[in-house]
Write a protein that binds this ligand. Structure first.
Ligand code: NAD
Ligand code: ZN
Length: 358
């Protein structure tokens, strides 16, 4: 499969690199009305020591983002409209947070320059113009959103990314100190998102040497983090952060598969967050991902993590059917997992059976 895609322009890595953010942003303050918007995960609101480190200058805006719900098209449209009305066009945006906040920064940078609602642009290469300068600072690792060419949004019709070259962040700052405070369960769910990215990338027809090189190294680091290191070992957060970056690159050269297709159904219909939804789905996919699912279960036990199960007993047929409809539309994932003849091995009944196992 031919691909020719864009990477992040600039990457800063290392403990303490967050304190260089002011210097990094300085050359990007000259466009538009010469102000930056900082979108920050609500978790940090009121943490004065952290807030003092955000390099805001006069005129800049700070917007705390609640990630109880994953980012919606409505949120992006309303934030864009609010800032344009109140302060005019910013010079750029900075996202400080997990995959949700990084996606907010990526999406809104595009929606400042592309007219109308973000619902018009959910899909591949629908965006018409490059966005504003966008910088991402991850505070939790695993989604690969820091390097990916998509900003995933939930809209009234679908959960789908604004996906194109211009979605890729211009700058990222990877500071492992920032992920130390992530609670254990969330650390596991988001870290496992990365593990699953690597497994899915290498178990489908779009895999190639480039993708596997990043994916295998990332898997090796995941195993070290989950199976060998104590979480307090400084190497643990450092490896998790780099593994997420490499897992994201592995995916860019390949594709996600069955687990992500099922997970999108869980998120769209039942509002499960991406990481936990993936874990719920991966847990029942031994027939597809074999020994990787055994390893997943071993890690779950080791870390005493709660993976919700026996959920389907409380799901109506309509709920399951709605999730099946979301999943079956993700043809690129099925094509990757089962080949071009995927409709011959996959039908609604098989997808439904997976949901019933959850
Ligand atoms: P998240 O951003 O949803 O955050 C999860 C939780 O962790 C939140 O409660 C948040 O407040 C908390 N948190 C974040 N940083 C913290 C810190 N340092 N200390 C304590 N708590 C912290 O989590 P996520 O798993 O990183 O992201 C999931 C989102 O990413 C979903 O919206 C999903 O659709 C999206 N996603 C995007 C891509 C992509 O390529 N763009 C890929 C996968 C997932
Ligand atoms: Zn994922």
């Amino acid at each position: 499969m031919f691909k020719n895609f864009k990477s992040v322009d600039k990457t800063a890595y290392g403990r303490g690199s967050f304190d260089k953010l002011g210097e990094i942003l300085a050359p990007h303050r000259h466009e538009g009305n010469k102000y930056l918007i900082f979108f920050v995960d609500e978790y940090f609101e009121g943490n004065q020591a952290f807030e003092a480190r955000i390099p805001m200058e006069a005129g800049d805006a700070l917007e705390y983002i609640s990630v109880k719900e994953e980012p919606t098209t409505e949120l992006i449209d309303s934030l864009r409209d609010k800032y344009l009305a109140e302060k005019g066009m910013p010079s750029g945006v900075v996202g400080i947070g997990g995959g949700s906040v990084l996606d907010v920064a990526k999406a809104i940078s595009l929606m400042f320059t592309n007219e109308g609602s973000s619902t018009l642009y959910q899909g591949l290469n629908l965006i018409k113009k490059p966005g504003l300068f966008a910088c991402g600072v991850p505070t939790i690792s695993g989604t690969g959103a820091e390097v990916s060419m998509t900003a995933v949004l939930t809209g009234p019709e679908k959960k789908l990314g604004l996906k194109c070259d211009w979605t890729v962040l211009d700058q990222i700052v990877l500071d492992p100190d920032l992920i130390a405070s992530v609670p254990n369960n969330q650390w596991f769910y988001t870290g496992m998102d990365n593990y699953i990215h690597c497994v899915e990338a290498k178990t489908g027809q779009y895999k190639n040497t480039f993708s596997e090189a990043f994916g295998d190294k990332s898997l090796e680091m995941c195993r070290k983090v989950f199976l060998e290191l104590d979480r307090k070992d400084p190497l643990s957060d450092e490896m998790m952060m780099v593994a997420s970056y490499m897992g994201g690159l592995s995916l860019t050269y390949s594709e996600v598969g069955v687990c992500h297709a099922l997970s999108y159904g869980l998120s769209k219909v039942l509002h499960y967050h991406h990481g936990i939804a993936n874990c719920i789905a991966f847990n029942v996919l031994k027939d597809v991902y074999g020994e990787y699912v055994d390893e997943f279960k071993f890690i779950v036990n080791k870390h005493n993590v709660d993976i919700p199960s026996n959920l389907s007993a409380n799901w109506s047929d309509e709920t399951i059917d709605a999730m099946v409809e979301v999943a079956i539309k993700l043809e690129h994932m099925w094509r990757h997992a089962f080949g071009d003849n995927w409709p011959e091995v996959l039908d609604r009944a098989r997808i439904k059976e997976w949901y019933k196992r959850m």
